[in-house]
Design a protein around this ligand. Sequence first.
Ligand SMILES: Nc1ncnc2c1ncn2[C@@H]1O[C@H](COP(=O)(O)OP(=O)(O)OP(=O)(O)O)[C@@H](O)[C@H]1O
Length: 377
Amino acid sequence: MMNMLDVQDVVKCFGTTIALDHTSFSLHNNDFLVLAGPSNSGKTTLFRLLSGLERPDSGAILLNGVNIGEREGGARKVALVSHKYGVAYKLSVYDNIAQSLRFRRQSKKMVDQQVQSALEILELQHLQKMHMRQLSGGEIQRVMIAKAMVRDADLYLFDEPLAQLDPHTHHRAQQAIQMVHRLKGAISIYATQHPTSALTIATRLALIHQGRIQQIGAPEEVLRRPANLFVAEYLHQPRFNQVPASVHATDTGYLIQADGFSFILPPAWQAPLAQLANQAGVILGIRPNTILSTWTPSLLDASGYIHIPTQITHIDHLMGKWTMQLRVGQQTNLVAELKDIYHPSLQAGTHIEIGLHPDDICLFHPTTRTLLLPPSG
Ligand SMILES: Nc1ncnc2c1ncn2[C@@H]1O[C@H](COP(=O)(O)OP(=O)(O)OP(=O)(O)O)[C@@H](O)[C@H]1O
């Protein structure tokens, strides 16, 4: 059966706090949405609404056509994995996982088979008789994933499931989540403040801020074309470079002039650039990993790259990745992330030339801070 989640213009307030502010999005079949956003942005509120623990003030949530919250049992098809809710501390690990199956009056043997299989996949067999109270944070997270795994849900919600796990446990728990998603073939949503590590699993990526979905799309698209500077700043590590530039109409297109470099945009940019107030300029957004070093031979030949002379002001090396602070023009600082480019002469003070492709540069409106795009996108 085709799964479909449709969140339609949902509003949820707590007193004067607007926790969700006209939120709409839809997901299909095998979508794995990573929902990223800072603390208090509305992630948990959305999950509580999706699992029927709260009702929206207005708007609707449809899961396979059934309005969650309005119809009795509508939310039973939703499995919520959270260390904040649903941990039965008085019960054993085994009973926590078996709880929802017993509720369904399955035979003891069938319950046992499913619980044992989940215990095995999450490497929890040795802990099955323990009480939840006796477990570490990471073990509790894994039990909650196992608990979701035995459910037969149409929607799986993982609320910050890997917070505070050590790297090894984090990796194992993430694999378990991926496995639940693949086995069930259902829609999953994974809410987190730290989206980077989850992006390998994501088919969709959304950014939520102040109760509003800022952008939702394919992860690569959201990373490459952030809808606004909040999204860009939140997602990019190291820092998303922001460089003010002026815009001048010329015979061949638009000359974008920044401190230390310039380039021409084709006439197709007329419409988005017309939104700018006279002489307001734009903000250029440059992702650190789109900056290339021009001693890469293929780049020297490639056409269309802007070559920019720079001076290294600081350099850091971590596991094959070089993070460089570069001085461009009179007073512009860029952060560049370069891979596998070891060269003994690379140190603070060295002059290097970098290459930047105009297609990799995003333009943002200086006051609304939203992305400007030519009509073809
Ligand atoms: N039951 C409640 N009563 C009052 N205010 C609430 C309630 N639940 C949430 N809020 C408020 O709604 C806003 C959104 O909170 P929410 O818990 O959804 O954020 P979050 O993105 O999950 O944050 P975190 O990442 O820290 O868990 C916050 O301002 C919060 O204080």
